[in-house]
Design a protein around this ligand. Sequence first.
Ligand SMILES: Cc1cc2nc3c(=O)[nH]c(=O)nc-3n(C[C@H](O)[C@H](O)[C@H](O)COP(=O)(O)OP(=O)(O)OC[C@H]3O[C@@H](n4cnc5c(N)ncnc54)[C@H](O)[C@@H]3O)c2cc1C
Ligand code: SF4
Length: 325
Amino acid sequence: MRPFDYRRAGDVAQATAAAGDATAAYIAGGTNIIDLMKLEVSTPARLVDISRLPLHRITQTQDGGLRIGAMVSNSAVAADMAVRQRYPLLARAILAGASGQIRNKATVGGNLLQRTRCAWFQDISAACNKREPGAGCAAKDGPNRMNAILGVSGHCIAAHPSDMAVALRALDAQIEVTAADGATRLVAMDDFYRLPGDAPHLETCLAEGDLVTSVILPPPTAETQIYRKIRDRASYAFALVSVAAALRMQDGRIAAVRLAFGGVAPRPWNDPAVEQLLIGQPPSKDLFVHAGEALVAPAIGHGGNDFKITMVQRLLAAVLREASE
Ligand SMILES: Cc1cc2nc3c(=O)[nH]c(=O)nc-3n(C[C@H](O)[C@H](O)[C@H](O)COP(=O)(O)OP(=O)(O)OC[C@H]3O[C@@H](n4cnc5c(N)ncnc54)[C@H](O)[C@@H]3O)c2cc1C
Ligand code: SF4
């Protein structure tokens, strides 16, 4: 690990002022960034500790939704009674990730901004366009079992690792961001993450110093919420494939549905065309197969991860069957 400067911020303004250049990085729970610093994948000259910022609360919003502070631990979100009763999908997604000890330290902001688990990204001797633009992509022709099949480019096939972000996508959450000049903005989940294109090192819409301060959930509209994750072990493992579904039935037909997919793309994946295909239809095996085929029509496998193309279709069908019963 290389030497670095350390500052603890007492409020949001101090934090954004201290982190407003490319050599600085925030540290919240530290469960991801410390590992990356030990591996020399991340080499900030200055760490800005935001763990004491007053962003530890979960509160009701005026329209009946929830505001979750960026410093709330993953465990606290999953245990919160309002989350469990009204957004069970979010609680389940969080509990499907990492381990109890890690969830106690990991924060909402850090979970959204954790880096990919692509093995080559974490190995500084390997070519990686995300770590070093223009270096190449070792994953395309190497072992790539954990990598993505949708939304990828010739420059990067990394998958986004967060379970929580997949749930937030299906729940139409918004991310509240404060910039170095104090301006605050709301960003829809769809606009928060970038696809790799020819610049995979740019992962989100955040500028230098931008701080995630909270996540805002709209009032829940679906009567059924499901999160299912397939992984190599029953715990302590990232998703091979996951599906989040929020669904409402009316008169025997699917009246509304939001779907999001994890483990398959560089960001929580969603496909409005697949949702449209389901809306207004009575549930049936044929419909679910058709939805799965539409979902993977643009998928590209790279050998080691080809199995995900079939797996995500089967998981989607299973989740839709359960949600519509
Ligand atoms: C063994 C292991 C297994 C895991 N399994 C899973 C899993 O199955 N599913 C899953 O989803 N996750 C999993 N994780 C990841 C874990 O959930 C993340 O490490 C954790 O959520 C990161 O949160 P943190 O607060 O510790 O972030 P940190 O490590 O403190 O920060 C992570 C990144 O976010 C940035 N950051 C943090 N907070 C903010 C903010 N408010 N605004 C702007 N930038 C910010 C930091 O600068 C850093 O770049 C696992 C981790 C480990 C070590
Ligand atoms: S898939 Fe992306 S993160 Fe992985 S080696 Fe290639 S460029 Fe790097």
